[in-house]
Design a protein around this ligand. Sequence first.
Ligand code: ADP
Ligand code: ZN
Length: 731
Amino acid sequence: MAEPSFFAAGDLVAVLTGEPLGRTLDYRAPEGGCHAGAFVEVPLGPRRVLGVVWGPGEGGFDPARIRAVGRVLDAAPMGEAMRQFLVRAADYTLTPLPAMLRLATRAPGLADPPGPRRVYRRGQVAPDRATEARARVMAVLDDYGGAAFTLSELAGLAGVTTSVVKGLAKQGALSEEEAPRDLPYPRLEAGQPGKALTEEQEAAAASLRAAVAGGSYGTTLLKGVTGSGKTEVYLEAVAECLARGRQALVLLPEIALTADFLARVEDRFGARPGEWHSGVTQTERRRLWRMAGEGGVGLVVGARSALFLPFRDLGLIVVDEEHDTSYKQEDGVLYNARDMAVLRASLCDAQVVLASATPCLETWVNAEAGKYRRLDLGARFGAADLPEMRAVDMRAEALEPGRWIGPTLAAAVAARIGRGEQALLFLNRRGYAPVTICRACGHQIGCAHCDARMVEHRFLGRLVCHQCGDSQPMPAACPSCKAEGRLAPVGPGVERLAEEVAARFPAARVAVLSSDLFASARALKDKITDIARGGADIIIGTQLVAKGHNFPALTLVGVIDADLGLQGSDLRAAERTFQLMRQVAGRAGRAERKGEALLQTFQPEHPVMRAILSGDEDGFWRAEAAARQAAGMPPYGRLAGIILSSPDVQAVFDFGAELARRAQPLRRIGAEVFGPAPAPVARVRGRHRVRLLVKGPKGAALQGALAEWLAQLRPPASLRLAVDIDPQSFY
Ligand code: ADP
Ligand code: ZN
């Protein structure tokens, strides 16, 4: 049944708001009428709230009491495909629809009245009096280049009062201007030729172009080692999409990667795309959100939440590094942007390209089954070959206590930097040391609010909890036995590794890349650019460096502890280690020089380690797939995690046990419930955490059964319940 697309003044319309009401509300269309999908402001009790006209009113309320829509906002109505997407995404993730709508309306100033807004940018003169507050404002301006900010945003980012900003404007250190109406983005020249592609690249590009030209839904796995030209190839699909007047979205897992990507787009298409991530100013976010809806932006590059922009006509979604765990949002609405990209595309006749050197098992299986098409890029572009990978058997290495770089790796580093090449040492542990122990009493310093050890960050001079972020100064005495001067670090973090490197290679320039060492995304970007230009000899990094950065002079990758990811009982431990090791190794030898990767391991005979070294990738995936199939685990079965948390430990276990007892709706579809069991991290921010795991057969109607199951019980007020469909982490 086709729904009306326009409602005349006085018609009953159903409006969906972001309020947790569990249903739409009826209003009367305002004077002048409104379109289906229109963004509106409606009265709700004494307040006015933002909403979207969802369809015809449902009726059944006292007609005399139905109020009129307050006003229609100055934004393009949300298209029907987008509305459907939100409904389906809400159903899939068992998220209330209003919460889904809130994800899709994160546009600052959406409800602002039309008309100019005042914005601030850097002015002509330096501040006359340099107070600390003023310096912070100027630092924010530096961080964002030439960006403009509204008063409240600038004050907020700098952590100062608005009067500081106004004071700076008054003396000319800031210029104050009326921002024009949000302008469309410059057009990308889709017709410009790209780089001359190799035969293999051209075949892949032609296939993607044809798919986009077909104008219907489809998903393609674009698989190729880092450096094989995947980006070059999918930019051809972008060109085709733009040439057809449709919009394209490229999702990247890491803000720091966008700088490189933006430059490439500008090279290729003569202008920059719209950018959507946490490092973009509110003024730009507002503009992009609007332009997505109006069709005033052709290409958007962004983080996972860009998937919820109200594109007017989305024809292509690229998910680059599709295996990356950051595509899974782990708080608030729990969704996987990769899977939601496929859903969204299927509803708006768009193509999806999943690009990766190491796709996740789900994607690999979908490609094997023919649900996704698969395009392979075999060789690296140009002379560069995949690095040679070797295990260093740590059982045979003489290692002094407190050191982590074995003689074999140390010699390799010395040789590389001696030739003016770069070496990367990979250790996926932030901070100085993961454990701080008292040598007098054996006490290990833990977080007061979480079931986790405090991690020493010597750079900050503090102990930090990686679960809740709480921190404290490094104490002088043991908190337990009060002995002074007996606290000692145990195990390495990147900061401690940096000390070892400085001691072993005193002449080398060392750069540590760890997210916590940089004050802003821009500072990190600058550092990465500097390293790429040769600004460091030895790079020490966490998994931050595994993600697609291009360091041409880098020829050696040393993995300090290749066994790290294999510990623990995570379903995906093998898969993750395999991906991470290959990604990291792929950093070496991206330009002409041949690279080498050394993996320090105590178990070189471990099947995962052997698969990594042998390079028999499909063999690894087949074995991993067979193991999952035998266990009925994803993607051959379905999982859902239920995470309960409460300050009251008894309440959380009791509720979990009660849920487990009432599992009839789940059994009906052949699913089982495991638990309740204390979560691996059993307490976070003072809340006790308990998990249940639901495991069902593939193809079962899991969401419906889960909803029915959970509806039987009302959690006590202090208890939080989160449902994690297709969980990726089990902490
Ligand atoms: P991937 O995305 O697979 O890691 P890229 O597309 O980033 O690979 O390509 C790696 C490098 O090789 C980039 O610097 C890219 O510009 C270059 N490159 C790839 N293909 C070509 C080509 N056909 N002509 C010129 N340069 C290319
Ligand atoms: Zn904590």
